[in-house]
Design a protein around this ligand. Structure first.
Ligand SMILES: [Zn+2]
Length: 294
């Protein structure tokens, strides 16, 4: 029910999945007024980038946010972790252009946040709840929203690949469920797309250390999968991160079919347009406070 931040600062470092360059983020505890605020030293001046859906600059294979001062590539796994743990306020100092990729999942951030601990602030959480259904579609994919008192994401993917095919997973947002069921699900890619992505300046840091790689028939990583349905879990992890660009936690039952970053942001923009029209409120009493015990 109350806003949350970290008990102490954490540092995450490593190579970016897309730029392939080394970067570092320092996540500082913040006040309830700060929200999720990215900060970067540009020259000798500190520049600020408050998270909102209007700051999303690209959704091609990853989510990039930015303003006139700086951009940050591949924010979705970090944002997913903050959303999963219910962290409403954090100042994220960025050194480099991309959030570190870790092992391609959210483990790098989730383990660090667990280690630091959560601090409960005194202001009420700002949840987002619409009173109407919302649907967006693109090609054969869609995302549908119906109002509910908690966030549930029911995701389905369907890939014409023998190791994926149709997978379904239902996620109920809570720190415990996030940590045990989503955080470890890694990003995945197809070997046949690798050359194209590199030509677009993407996947420059990807390897089997941080990506589940599929050839025509099978998973190429020698240690296999972490979950039988790791692929759909990762898609839901991505969506949870993309939804956090709304600037608060959306409450509702989301059904998705073949979601991806572009479709996620079509959905986010539609929700944001309703928020503007209706001055959507924070229904504070809908969800009891979640206490995560380390
Ligand atoms: Zn991802």
């Amino acid at each position: 029910m109350f806003k949350r931040t970290l008990k102490k600062r954490i540092v995450c470092a490593g190579y970016g999945l897309h730029t392939g360059e080394f970067s570092r983020i320092i996540i500082h505890p913040a006040s309830e007024k700060d929200g999720i605020l990215f900060v970067k030293k540009v020259g000798n001046v500190l520049r600020y980038l408050p998270l909102s859906s209007s700051k999303v600059k690209s959704t091609m294979f990853a989510t990039t946010i930015g303003n006139d001062d700086f951009v940050v590539f591949t924010v979705e796994h970090l944002l997913s972790t903050l959303h999963g743990f219910g962290v409403d306020s954090a100042i994220i100092e960025v050194e480099g252009d991309e959030v570190p990729g870790g092992d391609g999942s959210a483990s790098l951030f989730a383990d660090a946040i667990l280690d630091a601990g959560i601090f409960t602030l005194t202001a009420q959480k700002e949840n987002i709840l619409l009173d109407n259904t919302v649907r967006v579609e693109h090609n054969t994919g869609y995302i549908e929203y119906t109002p509910a008192s908690t966030l549930i994401i029911d995701g389905v993917i369907d890939f014409n690949h023998p190791r994926i095919r149709r997978q379904q997973y239902t996620y109920h947002n809570s720190p415990e469920h996030f940590y045990s069921e989503l955080a470890k699900a890694r990003t995945f890619g197809f070997l046949k797309d690798y050359t194209t992505m590199q030509a677009l300046g993407l996947a420059r840091g990807s390897s089997m250390e941080n990506t589940v790689v599929l050839d025509e028939k099978d998973v190429m990583n020698t240690d296999g999968l972490r979950f039988r349905d790791e692929f759909v879990r990762h898609k839901i992890l991505d969506m949870l991160g993309d939804l956090y660009t709304l600037g608060g936690s959306l409450k509702g039952h989301i059904t998705s079919y073949k979601s991806g970053h572009s479709l996620n942001h079509m959905f986010v923009n539609k929700i944001a347009s309703f928020m503007e029209k209706k001055a959507i409120v924070a229904p504070q009493t809908l969800q009891p406070a979640l206490v995560f015990t380390v």
